[in-house]
Design a protein around this ligand. Structure first.
Ligand SMILES: NC(=O)C1=CN([C@@H]2O[C@H](COP(=O)(O)OP(=O)(O)OC[C@H]3O[C@@H](n4cnc5c(N)ncnc54)[C@H](O)[C@@H]3O)[C@@H](O)[C@H]2O)C=CC1
Ligand SMILES: Nc1nc(O)c(N)c(N[C@@H]2O[C@H](COP(=O)(O)O)[C@@H](O)[C@H]2O)n1
Length: 218
């Protein structure tokens, strides 16, 4: 029987005050050592998933470069299909398998533009992307593990709908502040602590001044 969803790990580097980027979008929080750790983790999963804003702000590659290993499939949540053709993701989609998840909100012209690239388009959800349904479709494609690398809006969606199994946080030795800086989890947040998922601290790894915290959902 096909499992209804892949194993989902949320991963981020945060400042001590829980921010994943400054108000200007600077998110360079990892050390070289932590990047090697992250890339090892990337090489062990089937897919890596980020939101549209992360692509817009960071222009990431989402590949394995600081260690040897296979690149995971890249998945971008982009309801309206507005990802730039100049982004590194689109520029390299002929070499690295890439899925763009869109919703029925997408205009015909954006869909036609996306169809010109060698990517897979998955349409799920009427307004926003229906993550539960997306995970089911990924499972049907034999994708067994997904590493969610943010940003804060996407992280909240996975937590709100209880669609994750593990959380790996690199606590970086920085203080960012600013109420408009991006937090590990944005969105509306829970109203009560009792609504929060229960987490068990599985391990702590010290990488000089960075701490890698690995939590499992109880
Ligand atoms: N330090 C770290 O580990 C990381 C930091 N970042 C930072 O996070 C920031 C971006 O975070 P956010 O602005 O919160 O944007 P995001 O990257 O979470 O993207 C959110 C966007 O994704 C699209 N989307 C489509 N369907 C969605 C769904 N069902 N749920 C959620 N989003 C959906 C929407 O357009 C939404 O506005 C950047 O500044 C980036 O640098 C991003 C990844 C890792
Ligand atoms: N999920 C996560 N965990 C960490 O520990 C991180 N340092 C990051 N950084 C994010 O990775 C993206 C860059 O990827 P490439 O180096 O271009 O492949 C970028 O979105 C950073 O915010 N993420």
């Amino acid at each position: 029987m096909v499992k209804s969803r892949p194993h989902v790990t949320l991963s981020a580097a945060t400042s001590i005050d829980g921010k994943i980027a400054t108000v200007t979008g600077d998110s360079k929080l990892s050390s070289k050592q932590d990047s090697v750790r992250l890339h090892k983790l990337r090489s062990q999963v089937d897919a890596i998933l980020v939101g549209k804003n992360t692509v817009l702000v960071d222009d990431p590659m989402l590949t394995v470069r600081h260690t040897k290993g296979k690149n995971p499939i890249r998945i971008i949540l982009d309801s309206k299909g507005t990802i730039s053709k100049n982004s590194k993701i689109i520029q390299t989609c002929n070499k690295i398998p890439t899925i763009v998840a869109v919703s029925h909100q997408i205009s015909k012209s954006n869909l036609d533009k996306l169809k010109k690239f060698p990517i897979e388009i998955i349409m799920v959800g009427s307004n926003s992307i229906n993550i539960k349904l997306l995970l089911k479709k990924l499972s049907d494609k034999k994708i067994k593990s997904v590493l969610v690398e943010g940003g804060g809006t996407v992280n909240w969606e996975f937590i709100k709908y209880d669609l994750f199994d593990e959380l790996i946080i690199t606590l970086s030795p920085f203080l960012i502040g600013g109420k408009n800086a991006v937090s590990l989890i944005d969105g509306n947040g829970f109203k009560k602590i009792s609504n929060s998922p229960n987490l068990r601290l599985k391990s702590i790894k010290r990488l000089k001044n960075h701490l890698v915290l690995n939590y499992a959902k109880v």
